[in-house]
Design a protein around this ligand. Structure first.
Ligand SMILES: Cc1ncc(COP(=O)(O)O)c(C=O)c1O
Length: 324
């Protein structure tokens, strides 16, 4: 198999060139502005609005045992985030698909964190300095799989708290477009750190559960799995858990969760690409059960390892794209 990049010869040649220097990519591989480079060489200008104004959207997919999970779903969500933010890079979804496979194949990583960012760039000299005039561009990279909460912590169960910091209002920054406006979530991470805890859950301005720094939140109330219907990213792992619950005949509800319900629920678990299903063992010092959380955690990894919604990476591809 060769990667076709939707027939783009420039990309085929760039990839073939990188493939001939494959040893350079062992620490990770990145794609930026038409080139494949070792991860350490993927840098952005300090004047880029992506950096100066957090004017960037992103997505994170993962590779486990050499196979992507829900790759096309991630790319579709990435495109929705870009559209919501009025970002439009030159690459098509089909090209992003092949670029994601290419960076993983180049790195050789069988377990990888694959980031996809669309950056605003800057308006070129001589035109009004407005984001509408910026040249948007794509960055895609693969590095070793990263755990938000490592497996031993997940086994023990995360000690969680309800953060005092409230989540940014969804009317101000739409949380369904995956973005880097992380000021609220970073403060929540410090609140948890100050108390020696593992993670935090943020409420919205009306006291309803939203999400946490890098994860969606679920509560179990009298045997029903409940997750918020608004104020949070529509996580791919969240979606997978809803599908696993349907497979396992576990009742689910997608609806607002009040702080009082969270304070009295039986179980809490969190979900993310960088960790899967992560059961909590306590909330603000109150012990929690983790029967359904553990069942979903095990089933999630078992299904992934069986190839559920997977796109295998070809690590040995023949690569002749335009180069002898
Ligand atoms: C704020 C936030 N919520 C939820 C999630 C979980 O989404 P997914 O399951 O697609 O990784 C993430 C992932 O990074 C996130 O940053």
């Amino acid at each position: 198999m060769t990667l076709d990049f939707a027939g783009d010869e420039r990309l085929q040649t760039a990839f073939a060139d990188a493939w001939s220097r494959k040893a350079d990519f062992e620490e990770g591989a990145a794609y930026m502005r038409g080139r494949f480079v070792p991860l350490s060489e993927a840098t952005i200008p300090i004047t880029d609005w992506a950096y100066r104004r957090s004017d960037v959207v992103y997505d994170v997919a993962s590779v486990w045992e050499g196979s992507f999970f829900r790759l096309d779903d991630h790319i579709a969500r990435f495109r929705r985030s870009m559209t919501r933010w009025r970002l439009d890079p030159p690459e098509s979804d089909a090209q992003i698909h092949d670029i994601a496979l290419a960076v993983v194949a180049l790195s050789g990583l069988k377990a990888a964190y694959v980031g996809m960012d669309c950056l605003r760039g800057k308006a070129p000299r001589g035109v009004p300095s407005h984001p509408a005039n910026a040249q948007n561009y794509l960055a895609v990279f693969a590095r070793g799989f990263a755990w938000i909460m490592p497996p031993d912590l997940q086994e023990r169960g995360a000690r969680m708290m309800i953060a005092k910091t409230r989540r940014i209002a969804p009317e101000a920054v739409d949380p369904t477009a995956k973005n880097f406006h992380w000021g609220d979530m970073t403060q929540a991470l410090f609140e948890a750190e100050d108390q020696g805890l593992d993670g935090a859950i943020l409420l919205d301005g009306d006291g309803y559960v939203t999400e946490g720094p890098g994860y969606n939140v679920f509560a179990v109330l009298a045997g029903t799995v409940v997750t918020p219907d608004r104020g949070a990213l529509e996580g791919m792992t969240r979606q997978s858990v809803l599908e696993l619950c349907a497979m396992l005949n576990i009742p689910i509800e997608v609806r607002p969760i009040s702080v009082q319900e969270l304070e009295h629920c039986d179980e809490i678990f969190m979900t993310t690409t960088a960790g899967g299903v992560m059961p909590a063992s306590e909330l603000d010092g109150r012990a929690l059960a983790s029967t359904i959380g553990r069942q979903l955690r095990h089933r999630y990894w078992a299904e992934r390892e069986a190839g559920w919604l997977g796109t295998p990476v070809d690590y040995e591809m023949s690569c002749d794209g335009g180069i002898d």
